[in-house]
Design a protein around this ligand. Structure first.
Ligand code: UDP
Length: 245
C-alpha cells in the first residue's frame, strides 16, 4: 500500500472505506432545469461529487467561421472550481481540464442529432463544485440531462460510471480515496437504450476477463442512472406543465 493510504481499502467483511460493497454505487440525485438563464441545465450529486451543467444553443457559433455546413458543432468545457478539491485548484484551465473537456464532448456527441442543426453551435459548460472521484462520469450524466432539458434532439441519454480495481477486486463507482490509492480506474459511458458505449478509458492493468466483468458491473448501474435521469427530466416538465395550466 502506498504512503498516506488508508490501512486498507476493503475490510474483512468486504466493505469499502465508505461502507459500500464492491457492486454498490454511491447515491445519485439528478435535477433538471436548475438555471433560469441557460437554455438547458442539470445538477448532479453522485456521493460527494456536486456537478452543475449548463447548455446554450443551438445558436450562431462564435467565431462564425467555425460553423459547419452540415451539422452543429458541439463544444464542451469542464472546469473544476478552486474550492472543489482539498487543495485549492488554480482557476486557470489545467491540461487535465482541457483533456476532460474533450473526453466528455466525445462521450456526449454520439447521442446528439448534430445534423439537425447545421451552422450552429451547442455549448455544454460543466462546473465541478465538489469533487470526490468520478467527476468525468458525473459530468456526462449532468451534460446529457442538460442537453435534453435544452430540447435538443437526441438519440438517447448518456449514463456513465467508473469501475475501479482494488487488489484483484472490481469495485463499482470508485470514490476519491479509491481512485488515489487503488489499482485501476475504468470510466465507462453508454447510451443505455441503444446499448452503445461512447466512452471507455482505463488506467491500471485489467485482464480481458476483468474488462468484461467491469462492463457487466457498469451495466447494472446504467439502468439506475438512466432511470434517475429520466425521473429528473419528467419532474421538470411536469412542473412546467402545472405552471402553464
Ligand atoms: N482531484 C484533485 N485535484 C485535482 C484533480 C483531481 O483532488 O486537481 C481528485 C478529485 O477528487 C477527482 C479525483 O482526484 O475526482 C480523480 O481525478 P481523475 O483525474 O481521475 O478524474 P475523475 O475521476 O474525477 O473523473
Amino acid at each position: 500500500m502506498k504512503r498516506g493510504a488508508p490501512e486498507r481499502l476493503i475490510d474483512e467483511n468486504g466493505r469499502r472505506v465508505d461502507g459500500r460493497l464492491p457492486d454498490e454505487m454511491r447515491p445519485l440525485r439528478v435535477e433538471a432545469g436548475v438555471l433560469k438563464n441557460a437554455d438547458g441545465s442539470a445538477y448532479v450529486e453522485l456521493g460527494n461529487n456536486k456537478v452543475l451543467a449548463a447548455v446554450y444553443g443551438p445558436r450562431e457559433p462564435m467565431p462564425r467561421h467555425e460553423a459547419l455546413p452540415d451539422r452543429a458543432i458541439l463544444k464542451c468545457r469542464y472546469s473544476m472550481l478552486p474550492f472543489s478539491v482539498a487543495e485549492r485548484k488554480s482557476p486557470q484551465p489545467s491540461r487535465r481540464e482541457i483533456e476532460l473537456s474533450k473526453v466528455i464532448r466525445e462521450a456526449l456527441a454520439p447521442a446528439v442529432f448534430l445534423n439537425e442543426y447545421p451552422r450552429t453551435s451547442i455549448e455544454v459548460y460543466i462546473h465541478i463544485l465538489e469533487a470526490d472521484g468520478g467527476t468525468r462520469t458525473a459530468s456526462i450524466i449532468a451534460g446529457s440531462v442538460a442537453l435534453a432539458d435544452a430540447g435538443i434532439a437526441m438519440r438517447d441519454l448518456v449514463a456513465a460510471i467508473a469501475v475501479g480495481k482494488i487488489g484483484n477486486v472490481l469495485v463499482l463507482d470508485i470514490n476519491g480515496i479509491e481512485d488515489q490509492y487503488g489499482d485501476g480506474d475504468m470510466p465507462i459511458a453508454m447510451m443505455p437504450q441503444r446499448g452503445e458505449i461512447t466512452l471507455l478509458q482505463a488506467d491500471g492493468v485489467f485482464t480481458p476477463q476483468e474488462i468484461e466483468e467491469a462492463l457487466r458491473l457498469a451495466q447494472k448501474a446504467f439502468q439506475k442512472i438512466y432511470a434517475e435521469q429520466v425521473r429528473a427530466l419528467k419532474t421538470k416538465y411536469e412542473s412546467v406543465k402545472e405552471v402553464e395550466e
